[in-house]
Design a protein around this ligand. Sequence first.
Ligand code: SF4
Length: 242
Amino acid sequence: MEKQLLQDVLLDVSQLKNLQEQLKTKHPSEIIRFGVEEIGIKAITLACSFGYEDVALVDMALKVNPELDIFYLDTDLHFAETYEVRDRLSERYQKEFIRVAPNLSLQEQQEQYGDELWKREPDLCCKLRKVEPLKQFLSGYQGWITGIRREQSPTRANAEVIEWDRAFNMVKLNPLAYWTEKEVWNYIFAHDIPYNPLHDQQYPSIGCQPCTRQVKPGEDPRAGRWAGTAKTECGLHVPQST
Ligand code: SF4
């Protein structure tokens, strides 16, 4: 399939639905392979937060093609355990992860916007430290791969394995969209993949340290993110209308 043709398919509702139906029964590795082959290894990238879905995707993606660009958004506010799992993965796969950093250091942000912006204006903080750097980075690509799963939250319940990302005007692959949490963990254990030890301490979803807390038994897996506020997403993943 020509690259322009893939974009045309994704922008046509009925063709898009056909492609989604074809791909959703495939193993996530095959969905990654489809993306890499259709879009081109230099034009597609994997977003990695070092959460459990993403470490599984790192393993799958590097087995498809070790040259794939894998990036992480370094807000400078991650848990020490998150940086440690980055280093363990880097050693295991002999892979350098691309660090995408905000334009402002934490000090500069504090000088311009005041102390602990995440407590007062988390949307602005996410915009400065995640969304804008992501937008700049993705402008160099035609497609991206994410660890979104339908089960993760109501805002992700309609995610498909392949979408046209209207926010970034590019192809978006969510190879794990239909996988359950159990399927992801089975894959991690079967392949002995390093993962963030915070997952074993009631942190099912791990973001920046100031905005992530442990969840209580029975709580939603993302209840520990921006707890006590109405915010549920960073703004990186905009639900698609088709
Ligand atoms: S998750 Fe919290 S600390 Fe991290 S960028 Fe968003 S508001 Fe800021």
